[in-house]
Design a protein. Structure first.
Ligand code: PLP
Length: 422
């Protein structure tokens, strides 16, 4: 390679492009061009521009709408004040999260439920999107990675970023024929992403179904990446809220949890990842490597911790008042889910989910495809949802509605749907 040196002063105008010599990560070019929600936003914008009077109800994006609970807010105010006083000011915190929060998580989310997860197995993060997206950093490039179809797009896109559109990425079809749950494969998979309660289908796995996956992972020496972002919405006591309720799971699974949907932290940003110490992998040289150690190394190198103020806010979720407030918020959203379910049942449409999950997975009536249904629902009812096909090819013909709007707006949306002659 010839080294280019400029011996005269090199002059270039601000917006002038030059031909670069370095390489980019070409895998990025294999990603779908635009993110699902920006496509939706553009369609809404276009419709609104030509129909400025339309009162649009959004049952699309999975963002929450209720404000932060009072005890969370108070804790945050207190933490802000601490930051303004020399004696209590905090600079960089531990990359893994403050002990006060890790201890509460371990105690309330696990030990009080009979699951032995210690604070040292918990890593506080800034959201499950980052955590589930970054976990690939500690995994090798030779793995066969299984992802459900349809799926929360982050798992798929981050694997395409790492591996390209490779045959190593295996899609597990989840359709009406299998109750939207992936079937245990007869071949070997190295890494399996599971998310229950599921986004987008709203389905859950019962103990027996989840046990089959844990047994598969143990037999195959595979790793399960279990996203439990919606565990707070589970109402049926028979449905596991954590994969570690299943015997043997600590040896084969990493779990991701978030404060976004249960406590309204979508804007604040706080999550945690559980990497049990018994979870090990074999290095190429044949030694046993702790995934807890690898994730710790990854986080302490690339992440400087969730803000102190936010971790104090998250800690307040575990106070008795915080727990009560969060339960009420979740019940509020689940009342919306119930309203949608009742309305769709009356309408005679087929749907799934919405019982232990804030998502309702609607089968588009009249055999419409997802985007046709999106456009018609927007134009004729002024309601926005998410086309199922945006979550994968198996989502074609389905549509996701969410329970995160207000009672009033949800009731109005249901009323419009019931009156709709499509
Ligand atoms: N995992 C799933 C399945 C989600 O649906 C979402 C958000 O919609 C996330 C993770 C990300 O949540 P967070 O706000 O913690 O990044």
């Amino acid at each position: 390679v010839q080294v280019v040196r400029f011996n005269q002063s090199f002059s270039i105008s601000f917006h002038q492009q030059i031909e670069y010599m370095f390489e980019i990560n070409e895998n990025y070019l294999q990603l779908n061009e635009s993110y699902l929600f920006s496509t939706i936003a553009k369609r809404i914008e276009k419709f609104s521009a030509s129909h400025p009077e339309a009162d649009i109800i959004r049952l699309g994006i999975g963002d929450v709408t209720l404000p932060l609970p009072p005890s969370v807010l108070q804790a945050m105010h207190n933490a802000v004040d601490e930051m303004g006083v020399k004696e209590t000011f905090r600079g960089y915190g531990p990359e893994q999260g403050y002990a006060f929060l890790r201890e509460k998580i371990s105690e309330v989310d696990f030990r009080q439920r009979g699951i032995d997860i210690s604070p040292g197995e918990i890593f506080v993060g800034d959201g499950s999107k980052s955590d589930t997206g970054n976990i690939g950093d500690i995994l090798g490039e030779g793995n066969v990675v299984a992802i459900t179809n349809p799926v929360y797009p982050v798992y798929l896109d981050t694997n395409i970023m790492r591996l390209g559109k490779s045959s190593q990425i295996v899609l597990l079809p989840c359709g009406e024929e299998n109750g939207f749950l992936p079937e245990i494969p007869s071949h070997h998979l190295d890494v399996i992403y599971l998310c229950y309660p599921n986004n987008p289908t709203g389905t859950v796995m019962n103990r027996e179904q989840l046990k089959q996956w844990v047994d598969y992972a143990l037999e195959n020496r595979s790793l399960i990446l279990f996203d439990a972002a919606y565990e707070a919405f589970i109402r049926d006591n028979e449905i596991p809220r954590s994969i570690y309720e299943i015997e043997g799971a600590a040896a084969c699974a990493i779990e991701f949890r978030s404060f976004s949907k249960n406590a309204g932290f979508t804007g604040l940003r706080c999550s945690y990842t559980v990497v049990p110490k018994v979870l090990t992998a074999r290095s190429a040289e044949g030694s046993n490597i702790s995934l807890n150690g690898l994730w710790n190394r990854r986080q302490s190198t690339k992440f400087n911790g969730t803000p102190y103020i936010v971790q104090k806010a998250a800690e307040a979720v575990y106070s008795p008042e915080g727990q009560q407030e969060v339960r009420e918020m979740v019940s509020y959203y689940m009342r919306n889910a119930e309203m949608i379910r009742e309305g769709l049942t009356e309408k005679g449409w087929t749907f799934f989910g919405g019982k232990d999950s804030p998502y309702i997975w609607l089968k588009c009536p009249g055999g419409m495809d997802s985007w046709t249904f999106f456009d018609r629902l927007l134009q004729e009812c002024h309601i926005v949802g998410t086309p199922g096909v945006g979550f994968g090819s198996k989502g074609e013909g389905y549509f996701r509605l969410t329970a995160f709007n207000s009672h009033e707006r949800t009731a109005e949306a249901v009323r419009r749907i019931k009156q709709w002659e499509y």
